[in-house]
Design a protein around this ligand. Sequence first.
Ligand code: SAM
Ligand code: SF4
Length: 348
Amino acid sequence: MLILNAHFLALFIMAPAVTSKLLIDRFGRTVDYLRISITDRCDFRCVYCMAEDMTFLPREQVLSLEEIHTLAKAFVELGVKKIRITGGEPLVRKGALELLTNIGRIDGLQELVITTNGSQLETMARDLKAAGVKRINISLDTLEDDKFKEITRTGNLQQVLRGIQAAKLAGFERIKINAVVLKNKNHQEVCNLVQYAVDNGLDISFIEEMPLGIVDQHDRSSAYYSSDLIKQDLAQQFSLVASLEKTGGPSNYFKVKGTASRVGFISPHSDNFCSTCNRVRLTVEGRLLLCLGNEHSVDLKAVLRTHPNNIESLKQAIIDAMLIKPEKHEFNVHEQPVILRYMNMTGG
Ligand code: SAM
Ligand code: SF4
């Protein structure tokens, strides 16, 4: 059931049953943020996220909506305050809205947020807001139609831009754009993307590409474009003021002087953020991933299906899992990925 190495296995066996109501790992970090991937499927095939030809999970391996809700409830009872729904593309899963509504109603959950590629927002933004989603992250790597097609393979830029406008009208507390920056693909657009964010009253985060899964379309090492280079590019056009504000996440934020927008940098390679990690991820097959950049995981679906209707055994399995949360990720952009799962499985 557990997938872990001998060192962690020893720790796990020696550890006494934990009775704490909170999730605290061996390095003293409290986990109060859960990301749930509610599907591995997607209507896009972004070049950094997936191979062109993907095989998706068969239905029986995927958690049902009820199982996802039970898991979310168990985590909230253990002190999780924030849940992000992601995927794959979460909004292509049938029943996503109903699931979000039910998770949003869990007693003790303070924040329900979502990450989406924006393709369904034109029709779903208002319902998402009504379901209790407070903030929304929308992926947008380019403002050029052809390049958008090149990066997403199957996406349509105009549809996503209309989706962003619908999200603005729906009145979320904050909308943030996520842009993965690839050298010689979209790095030339970082100023335009910030200008778009400023013009629309949005925040934006730039993300260094992570080596998850084997992609065939580009060489990750040569596509690496560091956050420092992006900052230098932005300095030509914008004045960025360092912000002390922390969201408990890996982003370092800057205010764009004279505007309401913030620019964040998620820099897994150039600025390791693991010491303040407060999160774990649940895949749609019910695997609890303790770290984005390591394979350590616990099969919660097996616990759930072996002990249906027994939330306490699920909670104990989650508490025990904290013992194998690794200290830090092991990404190396210049080597072949050691993590074979793709980002759509991981739940970014
Ligand atoms: N489909 C939704 C979307 O694209 O926003 C949600 C899932 S997607 C996996 C979540 C985020 O992960 C997106 O912002 C995407 O750009 C990012 N992402 C995907 N693959 C990545 C990679 N290899 N490195 C860094 N970020 C990645
Ligand atoms: Fe789909 Fe999001 Fe991955 Fe792009 S990044 S392929 S939109 S899951």
